[in-house]
Design a protein. Sequence first.
Length: 114
Amino acid sequence: MDFAKYNLGIWLQQRKVYNLEPYKIATLILHEFIEDYFAIVNWWIGENMLQNFVYLNADNAAELSLFSDKEISTCVWEMAIWWRERNVWIKHILVKHEKPDFEAYLVEHLNGEF
């Protein structure tokens, strides 16, 4: 999964696509399936919106191609991670909007089975 390390800086440049302030917190999901890999990169923008980009590593190619432009966002397995992100973001950031607790957000992990 070295491709993720190689491409992460490029993927994070997508935060400039919208004219909304991004938080400097991102989630990277690497999903291996039978033939290929998906890399799903998300970050919060505009206080309560999750910006999402999905990249596909087809046939172990050196380059990953943007896949979310085909209106694919995630599969059922990643939805558990998104649900966790939503709940923890509300708990530590939105409810405490006057003094958001980013550290508490970062240390609260998803544990358990899907």
